[in-house]
Design a protein around this ligand. Structure first.
Ligand code: PHE
Length: 346
């Protein structure tokens, strides 16, 4: 028979180990258990050192028993450890589950740029008044941009338009939509004309809250027998009231353009309650929205009309300026910055 004491100690160790293992609820507790039983100073080692007290002829049996207990505890430990790991995984999966019923992230929908919106509004108002829409090129010859508009080479009025020149001599980015007048006239003469010409213009200017190097203009041209300044005034006033509301004030001042005679400029009053009013209107309370006038006889002639038979009026307006007026926008540079916070408001 094996030495009762040493072997009993082994059996006690086994049952105590197994019950403590069962009581270890998580991985950390299990690892602590492992150190307690199988560590360098562990209980298993201590039990094995009891072999010294075992009589020689029983040592083999003790050794076998010790081995059996060691294997039994190790297997129980491994099983408990993997069970604890699985339990932890299952717990983490149920704690933050994937919720497939969450609504998807909505795709933001695009919309028309505010400048495009106001161009369409302007077009709609003039369409109601019987105007057709005509588009012409953004890259022009010096002839169309200046000469045919009664500004021969070296004419001082050319200084009114800071021009971007291309590398091709005599070819410029149009500084205004007025060269379109000549294109329309040459296609239409000698018939009457009632058109608007919306489009992009370019000026080599210092960028500021009021000026950009590219901006839209809407040109207007009416030619026919007996067209007068009264028609121009009436058309512009009707237009301004349609776009801004009948309560908005329209101011007409005399001005100068080489291609109109007489020439005028049209202002609109800036909203009185806007704190930026003074800065934007240079203290006047008025913002200029267009230049206009009666088409100069020389321009009519360049377009193929007989100034003794027909007269006409023309105007050129800045739709972005008008949008600024409508919504009290205080910086024209916002239009091309592509800042969603600005664009989303329209
Ligand atoms: N083309 C002028 C400008 O850009 C505006 C204008 C157009 C004036 C038509 C008179 C007639 O300043």
């Amino acid at each position: 028979m094996a030495d009762a004491t040493a072997t009993d100690e082994l059996k006690t160790l086994e049952s105590q180990g197994l019950s403590e293992l069962q009581a270890s609820s998580d991985e950390a507790a299990l690892r602590a258990w492992n150190t307690k039983y199988f560590g360098d100073k562990g209980l298993m080692k201590a039990a094995l050192s009891g072999i010294g007290k075992v009589p020689k002829d029983q040592r083999a049996a003790f050794g076998q028993e010790a081995n059996r207990v060691k294997v039994a505890l190790t297997e129980a430990y491994d099983a408990a450890l993997s069970a604890a790991k699985e339990k932890a995984l299952a717990a983490s999966l149920t704690a933050s589950p994937l919720d497939v019923t969450l609504p998807g992230r909505p795709r933001t929908r695009g919309r028309l740029h505010p400048a495009t919106q106001v161009l369409r509004q302007i077009t709609a108002v003039f369409a109601d008044m019987g105007f057709q829409v005509y588009r012409s090129r953004e890259v022009e010859t010096d002839q169309y941009n200046f000469e045919f508009l009664n500004m021969p080479e070296h004419h001082p009025a050319r200084d009114m338009w800071d021009t971007f020149f291309t590398t091709t001599p005599g070819v410029v980015l149009r500084t205004h939509t007025s060269p379109g007048q000549i294109h329309v006239m040459r296609e239409s003469a000698p018939n009457p004309v009632r058109v608007i010409l919306p489009g992009m213009c370019y000026r080599n200017e210092a960028i500021s809250t009021r000026s950009e190097i590219q901006f839209y203009q809407v040109e207007g041209l009416v030619i026919g027998e007996g067209v007068t300044m009264a028609d121009l005034k009436g058309t512009i006033t009707a237009f301004a009231h349609r776009l801004f509301g009948p309560e908005r004030k329209v101011r007409i001042r005399s001005s100068y353009f080489p291609f109109t005679e007489p020439s005028i400029e049209v202002d609109i009053d800036w909203p009185a309650d806007d704190p930026n009013r003074d800065r934007l209107t240079k203290g006047t309370g008025w913002l200029e929205i267009m230049g206009a006038g009666m088409v100069h006889p020389t321009v009519l002639r360049h377009g193929g009309y007989d100034p003794d038979k027909v007269t006409g009026f023309a105007f050129g307006m800045g739709p972005q300026r008008m949008l600024m007026l409508k919504h009290a926008i205080d910086d024209i540079r916002l239009f091309w910055q592509n800042d969603q916070r600005f664009l989303r408001q329209f």
